[in-house]
Design a binder for this molecule. Sequence first.
Ligand SMILES: [Mg+2]
Length: 494
Amino acid sequence: MKFGIHLSVFTENWADDLEQYILKSKEIGYDGVEIPLMDPFGLDIKRLIKILEDNQILCTCGTGLSDQTDISSEDLVVRRNGINHLKKCIDICQQLSCDVLGGVLYSPWGKLYSRKDSEVRIECAIECLQEVGLYAKEKGVILALESINRYETYMLNTIQDGLDFIKRVGSEYVKIHFDTYHGNIEEKSIPDAIRSAKGEIYHVHFSENDRGIPGSGSIQWTKIKDALIDINYDRWVVLECFVKPDCETGTGTNTWRKIEVNADKTAQEGLKFMKDLFGLDHQLTKEQCKELLKRISRMFDERQDELSMYDSVIGDGDHGITMAKGAKAAIDKINQTENFEASELFKLYGKTLISTLGGAIGPLYGSIFIELSLVMKNKINVGLVEFATGFDQALNKVIELGGAKPGDKTMVDSMVPTVYSLLQAVAEQKNIVQAFEEAKANAIIGAYNTIPMIAKRGRSRYLQEKAIGYQDAGATSFAYMIEQIYIYLLEVSQ
Ligand SMILES: [Mg+2]
């Protein structure tokens, strides 16, 4: 997921110079900016490319049609103008390394007719988009058609309208652009509408029901986020607020009052809201998962003496050395992989632990990573839900394999409070860093609580009461692993 901002959040006129706003967007932390191509023939593209490159910021593009470029017009000359406008926008997208052109690409804003009487116009727009679609395919740019509210167009108001329309266009390069502001007016259920367009939504705009900062109004954002995650949407989410009256961009979007304090605050709070909503600043990519597994291996290496010391009192004294050896073998295997999904990385890590560690601990520890991998299957990024569900399944697996119950002085004693804590955090919609901060604390307490327990499993069971007074090594190493996950999540979230 990448977060962008439509530069018209800042500008007062469609043709305002964009440089200062691109710099500002970068400074605030956006991954990209959306460039309004209202006058594609008048833009200084070379300068724009330089600004974007110098500031290492990506972009998406959007455009709209006017009466002179209306591809739904019955006038052939006007339609040709429209086709040329769209093709020019596609050229610019290609020059800017942008793979999507979003917006109202089928008819001008504000054109309102009866749909029943407009079949000829709709047919004209479809034919033109078939031609433009071929050009878009040649250039590798997707056209994403934005359904907007009934007061601004008669043609496409809902996602279903968009789906029916692109089906008639029949181009794999003509897709859907979803906007929450318009969806909030037109859809009976935004989440259902999103789910109905799996694989077709190629661009997303976020703004509140009053065009203000997401999260400040009545839109049900969590349900929208869940639906986007369900359809595996992993592209741009662009903040498109219009908050200023008395200017061209305000008038053009019917903004007659001040919606927010100012554009800067809108941009800052909008980004924070979007990131918090998706927890994406805290969700791990496959590369980050790889790094996390490296950190876990490093932790086992660094803690091996300490863990063996715990084990030496009531066990074989080899827990630390064994874990360090297994974790090293696992990370060596991971280091040989390229382009592995998160799920495959965790699976490989778990399998290598099982084959390297052997004994009782191998299948127990290995199954933790394998259960996590099962939950992560087909996920592009992994977050709190995957970790909470994965550790929950892992706990069941460890209990099934080892037969230990809570209170038996085993790793189960730090796993139980960890899983409880993570599941609670999911229910309370906490972010993943907070969730692991609490889980880590509970895991450490869980390990500490094994001190007065009588061992009933593992080798220490032979010691019975003699094991009282010593912390269990397995419970401790599991707690340290949870602590390591927390430390890494904290690092990547900052
Ligand atoms: Mg929009």
